[in-house]
Design a protein around this ligand. Structure first.
Ligand code: ZN
Ligand code: ZN
Length: 188
């Protein structure tokens, strides 16, 4: 192939019968529109994108072992505080969810040496959610006891308490997931 041919007709590396004008901006291979992945820095071939994603998954197995209990513990502390600070539960649930979520993300980032992976994000959020559910279990148990003894008036009070706990967990988990995802985009 002469230099001129290369300039005039480029064909996709994976589909030699398809002409294309796009080249991967990392490895410079010509790629057709089906093979091109649009990234914030331009078109890339699928191989390069895959390789890039591998670098995103830098978490080591010990990171999971550290992150999960830390998130679980802090999630539980937040939920415990929610039931101790018994004023204006709606605001307390929101503030604690956002606050503890932010603290957990920072702590996990610190403990894991800023390594990252999608699994770590999900694991941290799940562990925090489970931790947050521990103090609620007590209320759920009482709730079911009331259900069987027919003490319905008190039951409503307890179901509201459980509701605040669930709200706290939802906000906690979404704060963690949003913040951790934000990190991976920033540090491309
Ligand atoms: Zn490439
Ligand atoms: Zn192609």
């Amino acid at each position: 192939m002469t230099q001129e041919d290369q300039d005039v007709i480029l064909t996709c590396t994976k589909h030699p019968n398809r002409e294309t004008l796009i080249c991967c901006n990392r490895c410079d291979q010509p790629i057709c529109l089906d093979c091109a992945v649009s990234t914030p820095t331009g078109y890339r071939c699928k191989d390069c994108v895959k390789e890039q994603q591998k670098r995103f998954n830098s978490s080591l197995s010990r990171d999971y072992l550290i992150a999960a209990p830390a998130a679980f513990l802090l999630g539980a502390i937040g939920s415990f505080l929610l039931y101790q600070l018994n004023f204006s539960s709606l605001i307390t649930a929101i503030l604690l969810g956002i606050g503890l979520g932010t603290v957990i993300v920072r702590l996990v980032r610190y403990l894991t040496g800023k390594r990252r992976s999608k699994t770590l994000n999900k694991l941290t959020a799940t562990a925090a959610g489970l931790g947050g559910a521990v103090p609620i279990l007590r209320y759920l148990l009482i709730f079911f006891k009331m259900l069987f003894t027919g003490n319905y008036g008190v039951m409503i009070g307890y179901s509201i308490s459980v509701g605040w706990g669930v709200l706290y967990i939802v906000i906690l988990c979404s704060t963690i997931l949003t913040n951790m995802r934000g990190f991976s985009i920033q540090k491309r």
